[in-house]
Ligand binder design. Sequence first.
Ligand code: NAD
Ligand code: TYD
Length: 337
Amino acid sequence: MREPKNILVTGGAGFIGVNFVKMLLDEVPDVKVVNLDALTYAGNLTSLHDKMDEPRHVFVHGDIRDSDLLSRVAREHSIDAIVNFAAESHVDRSIEGPKVFVETNVLGTLALLEVARNADITFLQVSTDEVYGSLGDEGYFSEETNVKPNSPYSASKAAADHLVHSFKHTFGMDCLITRCSNNYGPYQFPEKMIPLCINNARLGRKIPIYGDGMQVRDWLFVTDHCHAIWKVLTEAEDEVFNVGGNNEKTNLDVVGAILALMGKDESLIEFVEDRPGHDRRYAIDASKIQSRLGWTPSVTFEEGIRRTVAWYQEHQAWMDEVTSGEYLGYYERVYGG
Ligand code: NAD
Ligand code: TYD
């Protein structure tokens, strides 16, 4: 059992990081959270406005590739655990420009590992089921499945996972890796499918469905992922844990559910050219984390998607703010306005 007190959360201004920081501050009374984020297009402090004056939350604007900054932060705050969310996370962007994915996801993780090694800090890498590649109609990813990434994004995450493992194996570091399925919920940047669909439906824009829309993802409500990470960080003895929701849905099913909840017509759906190299199906076997650590998802897809749609409808100002910057150029380039 680990009892970290001073936790460095990287990427804590992005979607899952924000939810994790809020969970720590709300549910774990005696931890201090140092939140280091470069505030790329995907990171926004608006999401943390209610936590910025909280004494147990220290925000540091910085890059995970900045080794000097990382060493200083680790020393000044007596960091005893690092949870690394910081990443370039969008597959489509990795197809447009892979380089920054290697720079942040691989070199950034390496810089964090070096600091963790030097200061004897527990390191948890927030990874993804996408490192396993794509499944056919049958079967599940287990922790024993060979890593076989298909996109520049998943390749960079797999490379980072290999580095994490190598630091544990070679230097005896305390390293952990979680590989989770697709998350959804509040504060997700609207380039990912679910918030993109909600935002476009709200604005009366078309919803682009890649290919035939029959690709399958295993959707997990974000707070369930955050609780799984905390369980692994505090209780796990083994290195790798898959995390999944047992909620396999086709993209068309997901979009249909959202449009129904919003009272919008399916004529908004527009089938567009498929994503190059598009992974067909992800599905997680989460029996290890369930049996060893007693974690199970607590939010069903029906409940989670209802809460998600309601949250975005109640937070249109958040949506307008995060889409007001650099993202708009990307949106127009990719979706034509
Ligand atoms: P996100 O894109 O919403 O947030 C990423 C955050 O990292 C942003 O706040 C960004 O500013 C920050 N960041 C980017 N580059 C940085 C750098 N060089 N230095 C410091 N900060 C930097 O991503 P997310 O969806 O919250 O995902 C978080 C992590 O979880 C990622 O590592 C991702 O691979 C993993 N993951 C995501 C999902 C999902 O469905 N979203 C599923 C499984 C795993
Ligand atoms: P996404 O949210 O980008 O997550 P990931 O690619 O990491 O699984 O996409 C989820 C699924 O939705 C994926 O199969 C691609 C598809 N998709 C669309 O059909 N249209 C879109 O506009 C987007 C962003 C995704």
